[in-house]
Write a protein of this length. Structure first.
Length: 171
């Protein structure tokens, strides 16, 4: 059933389907709105399966590379802010506000989330055979998406995955 993610909670509530695939905050809304529902598999069960990225067009990268390196450097500040017990609560409140949920609800989402520093992420750009490798993780996701007809043409991470901004930000 082709349902937009933001409508999956409503579809589960109809009883027309037995399960949904969704990410936060949609999956959390489904769990709250459908009595007796439970998560059967989450990203916490498969660390490294999902990596989030910021993408930049080749033109912007070429024209404003120094600005993008500065942007990437900010990520380490974000990771430190969320790791520091003195500022973590505020960081969660900021993210919760953006997601449109209460901070305590958002805090519950973080069990399956790992924020990698730039130094931690750098080796993950290497081709590997486990979910510790971003290219491998992307291949696993691509295989799933092709098999489930999410799109018809396979993706080639090597054509767009570039760790040089991370490397430059670490200098």
């Amino acid at each position: 059933m082709g349902t937009p993610t933001n409508q999956t909670a409503q579809v589960l509530a109809t009883g027309d389907v037995a399960a949904i695939g969704a990410w936060q905050p949609n999956s959390g809304q489904a769990l709250k709105s459908v009595a007796g529902s439970k998560a059967i598999y989450t990203s916490a069960d498969e660390p490294g399966l999902i990596y989030d990225f910021v993408s930049v067009s080749p033109q912007s990268l070429a024209e404003r590379r120094a600005d993008w390196v500065k942007f990437v450097k900010v990520w380490d500040r974000v990771v430190k802010y969320l790791s520091d017990t003195a500022t973590r609560k505020d960081g969660i409140a900021i993210m919760a506000s953006r997601a449109g949920v209460k901070p305590e609800e958002y805090a519950a989402f973080l069990g399956g989330t790992r924020f990698l520093s730039l130094a931690e992420s750098r080796p993950r750009y290497q081709v590997g055979t486990s979910l510790e490798s971003i290219p491998y993780s992307m291949t696993v996701a691509d295989t799933f998406n092709l098999a489930n007809k999410v799109y018809k043409d396979g993706q080639k991470p090597s054509t767009y995955l570039d760790s040089t901004l991370t490397i430059d930000a670490l200098k």
